[in-house]
Design a protein around this ligand. Structure first.
Ligand code: GLA
Length: 380
C-alpha cells in the first residue's frame, strides 16, 4: 500500500497540484460464512494488505473530478441525483457521495486520484475497498462525524442503489473495521462483532489464495436471485431471516417451496452452523476441523447454492488430492479465488500442482496471493 501511496500522490500533484490528503481501504478475505450476511447470519472476514489508495482535496465548487489511475480515465460529476456519470467505475464514488448526502450530511466537491491493487473480480472485494476509501475520506474531509458502521452501510447502499448488487454488509464492514492479525466474527443481525487473533503460521499452517482468474461479476441477476430465494424461504418460515432456522423447519416446508429454493436454504442453514463450528475450533487451534468445514462450504456452494464454476471445483479437488487441510470458493462465487489452509510442509507441492494442473487443463495461469491480515480504512 505504501508503494501505491507514492504513485497516487505523484499523479495527484501532476494533475491537480498540491495539498492532497491520502487514505487507504483494503480488500478482504473470508475464512468462512459465505452468503450468510444478507441472511442475518455470521461471517468471519479479515482485511488484507491489498486495497485502494486515494489522494483527495476538497474544492470550493460542487463538482467532483476523479482520475482512475489504473484505467487512465477521468470523470467529472455534480452532487445531484441527476448527475450520475456514465462510467461504471465512477458509480461507486458517485453512489457514496449521494448516500452520504441522503443521510443528511453536507459534503462539497473534490479532486481525487485513486489506484488499487486488489485483483478485480477475484472475490476479494475490490469494490468495497473503493467505496470504503471514499466514504472514509469524505467523512474526514468534510467532518461529517459518521461512525464506522454507517460508513460500511453507505458502501452497501451504494451497491444496492447505484451498482445493482443487493449485497450484504460483510465486505464493507471488513474493509472499514479490519485489524492487523485479526479476523472478525460479525453477527450480521445484531451487528455485534469480535476480533479473533489469527496466526496460522504459529501452528504450522499457511493461508493462501489461488485465483482462477475467471472474472466474477456480481452485477446482474445470479447473486440477487440467490438472495431472493433465501428471502422466499424465510418468509415461508415466518422469519425475518434464514438465520436461526433449523433443518427440521426447512424439511417441514415440504412441497410448499421449490426444489431450488430448498437447496439454497439448505446450504445457508448449514453454513450458519459451520461458522460457529470454525470459530470454536479456532479457539482450540483445531485447524483440522476448520479445514473440514471449508471443504463442506465449497461443495455446498457448488452443489446446493450453485455459485461455483468448473475451474473453482477443479482447484478445490486439486487441493483435496494434495492433502490441503481446507479449500473453498471465497466471496460471492461465479469465479475468482479459492482460499486454502495448507500445512507448511505441503505448501510448495500444492502451489506447484495447482499451477501446473490448472494450466494444463484450462490453458491459463492461476495467480497466487499470500494472505496478510491487515488494517482497515485509514489515513496514510
Ligand atoms: C459478496 C457480497 C457479500 C457477501 C458475499 C458472499 O462478496 O458483497 O455481501 O454476500 O458475496 O458471502
Amino acid at each position: 500500500m505504501q508503494a501505491l501511496k507514492s504513485i497516487v500522490e505523484r499523479a495527484f500533484e501532476e494533475r491537480f497540484g498540491s495539498e492532497a490528503q491520502l487514505f487507504a481501504s483494503p480488500g478482504r478475505i473470508n475464512l468462512i460464512g459465505e452468503h450468510t450476511d444478507y441472511n442475518g447470519g455470521f461471517v468471519f472476514p479479515g482485511a488484507v494488505d491489498k486495497g485502494v489508495v486515494a489522494a483527495i482535496r476538497p474544492n470550493s465548487e460542487n463538482e467532483v473530478r476523479i482520475v482512475a489511475l489504473d484505467l487512465n480515465e477521468e470523470c467529472r460529476f455534480g452532487l445531484e441525483e441527476s448527475d450520475k456519470p456514465e462510467a461504471s467505475w465512477a458509480h461507486y464514488i458517485f453512489g457514496v457521495c449521494r448516500e452520504i448526502q441522503k443521510r443528511g450530511y453536507t459534503i462539497g466537491g473534490f479532486e481525487a486520484v485513486f489506484s488499487g491493487n486488489v485483483p478485480l473480480g477475484a472475490g476479494m472485494s475490490s469494490s468495497a475497498a473503493l467505496e470504503s476509501v471514499f466514504a472514509f475520506a469524505l467523512n474526514e474531509l468534510f467532518a461529517c462525524g459518521i461512525d464506522r458502521f454507517e460508513l460500511a452501510r453507505i458502501g452497501q447502499s451504494t451497491e444496492h442503489n447505484y451498482c445493482g448488487v443487493k449485497c450484504g454488509i460483510m465486505d464493507q464492514f471488513a474493509s472499514v473495521f479490519g485489524k492487523a492479525g485479526c479476523l472478525m466474527r460479525l453477527d450480521c443481525r445484531s451487528m455485534e462483532f469480535e476480533y479473533y487473533p489469527f496466526d496460522p503460521a504459529a501452528h504450522g499452517y499457511r493461508l493462501v489464495l489461488v485465483n482462477s482468474c475467471v472474472k466474477h461479476q456480481l452485477t446482474g441477476s445470479p447473486y440477487n436471485d440467490r438472495r431472493l430465494s433465501c428471502e422466499k424461504v424465510a418468509q415461508a418460515l415466518g422469519r425475518e431471516f434464514l438465520r436461526g432456522a433449523t433443518m427440521a423447519e426447512l424439511e417441514a416446508l415440504g412441497n410448499t417451496i421449490s426444489e431450488e429454493d430448498y437447496k439454497r436454504a439448505y446450504y445457508v442453514i448449514g453454513e450458519e452452523q459451520r461458522v460457529l463450528t470454525v470459530c470454536e475450533a479456532l479457539k482450540n487451534n483445531d485447524y483440522e476441523t476448520v479445514g473440514r468445514c471449508m471443504y463442506e462450504t465449497h461443495w455446498g456452494m457448488s452443489k446446493d447454492y450453485e455459485v461455483s464454476c468448473e475451474e473453482l471445483d477443479f482447484l478445490a479437488t486439486v487441493a483435496q488430492k494434495c492433502g490441503v487441510t481446507g479449500s473453498r470458493i471465497m466471496g460471492g462465487g461465479f469465479g475468482g479465488c479459492t482460499i486454502n489452509l495448507v500445512k507448511e510442509e505441503l505448501y510448495d507441492a500444492f502451489i506447484t500442482q495447482a499451477q501446473e494442473r490448472f494450466k494444463a487443463r484450462y490453458g491459463h495461469e492461476v495467480a497466487i496471493y499470500e494472505v496478510v491480515i491487515s488494517e482497515g480504512s485509514h489515513r496514510m
